[in-house]
Structure formats: structure tokens, C-alpha cells
Write a protein that binds this ligand. Structure first.
Ligand SMILES: [Zn+2]
Length: 192
């Protein structure tokens, strides 16, 4: 596995390095390095043979207003190109609504979609189902299949304190292990 691409709209903040080991303190200075770009550079510092790139951009979100149609369209097109160019998509997002578009795009393109979501006292690690044309009745669901409400804009709700900011210095490494193990088991054929 040599090609890894990061998509993130943010900059490295002082709360990040403790749980996001591709960043360190100096990445937080001066307003913070661009996360996606810095993460790609950091991977190359660990292993120069990796083909790693970062895209600083937003993922269009269900339920959020479209402020600038041209920007959202170009972000969608970039995301579409990235989905097409990659075999697996890891959804390491902050909110339900930010997971929605890459979920349906991954599904439409028949890609492996892996998902990790953190709550205050729990977390979810799962892979999304891809179509098995030989056994369509065995198709697995996605993150949204069992939801009773559609994704919506939670950015204005009083519950919008990000669990990642509060709890994930411990749980995020714990989440990553089953997430990556599951993805590797899938591509190496030990999962159905
Ligand atoms: Zn679904």
C-alpha cells in the first residue's frame, strides 16, 4: 500500500498532536499547518517511498447551506476524482453529515468504505457493504442504513461539542487498530 491521500479543510491546532501522531507541536505554530498537506509530508518523512498527497478542501455536507455554488461544485468534482482514483475510502470525519456524501459516492463507485466514529463513551468502527454481484442478497449496509433520522446540520446545536476534542486522545488509537485490521483482512481475503 503506497498511495495515501488526505482530505481536510482544517489547520493543525494545539489539541491535535496528542491524538494525531502525524503532527507535532511545531505544526501548531503560526496559525497551524494545513492538516491534509502536513499529514502527507509527515508520512513521507516516515517513509520516503510513499505516494502521499494532501488536499485542503471541504467535503460538501448534507443539510448544510450552499454558500458558493461554484466552490461546492469544484469540491464535489475533486472528491469524485479522488474516489475514482483510490481503492478504499476511510471516513475519519467529525460529524454524521460529513460522512454522507463520501458514503454514497463510495457506494456508487463500488469502493471499499471504512468508517470510524467517536462518541462520548463509545465508538463505531465498521466497513460499508459493497455489492457482491454473485450474492446480492448478502449485501451489507452502510453507516446510515439503520438510522432513523437523515443527516442534518448539527453545527448550530448545543450538543455540538466534538467528542474528538474531549475524549479521543485515548480512544482514537484504539479505534484505528480495528479499522485498519478490518481493511487489511478485507483486501487480503479473510473476510467474506
Ligand atoms: Zn446504507
Amino acid at each position: 500500500m503506497r498511495k495515501i491521500t488526505f482530505v481536510d479543510n482544517g489547520s493543525v491546532s494545539f489539541s491535535n498532536p496528542v491524538r494525531q501522531p502525524l503532527f507535532d507541536f511545531k505544526d501548531c505554530l503560526g496559525g497551524g499547518a494545513e492538516k491534509a498537506v502536513r499529514a502527507a509530508e509527515s508520512l513521507k518523512e516516515i517513509y520516503p517511498g510513499v505516494d502521499s498527497n494532501g488536499y485542503k478542501m471541504s467535503v460538501p455536507m448534507a443539510g448544510h447551506p450552499i454558500i458558493d455554488e461554484g466552490t461546492v461544485k469544484s469540491e464535489f468534482e475533486t472528491l469524485q476524482q479522488l474516489v475514482d482514483e483510490h481503492d478504499a475510502i476511510f471516513l475519519l470525519m467529525d460529524t454524521r453529515e460529513s460522512r454522507w456524501l463520501p458514503t454514497v459516492m463510495g457506494k456508487a463507485a463500488g469502493k471499499i468504505v471504512m468508517n470510524a466514529a467517536l462518541g462520548f463513551d463509545s465508538f463505531v468502527v465498521m466497513r460499508h457493504g459493497a455489492k457482491d454481484t454473485a450474492r446480492p442478497e448478502q449485501e451489507l449496509g452502510c453507516y446510515f442504513c439503520n438510522d432513523v433520522v437523515a443527516p442534518a446540520d448539527v453545527s448550530l446545536s448545543p450538543e455540538d461539542t466534538k467528542p474528538s476534542e474531549l475524549t479521543s486522545s485515548g480512544p482514537s488509537p484504539s479505534q484505528i487498530e480495528p479499522l485498519t485490521s478490518s481493511a487489511l483482512s478485507l483486501v487480503q481475503g479473510s473476510l467474506p
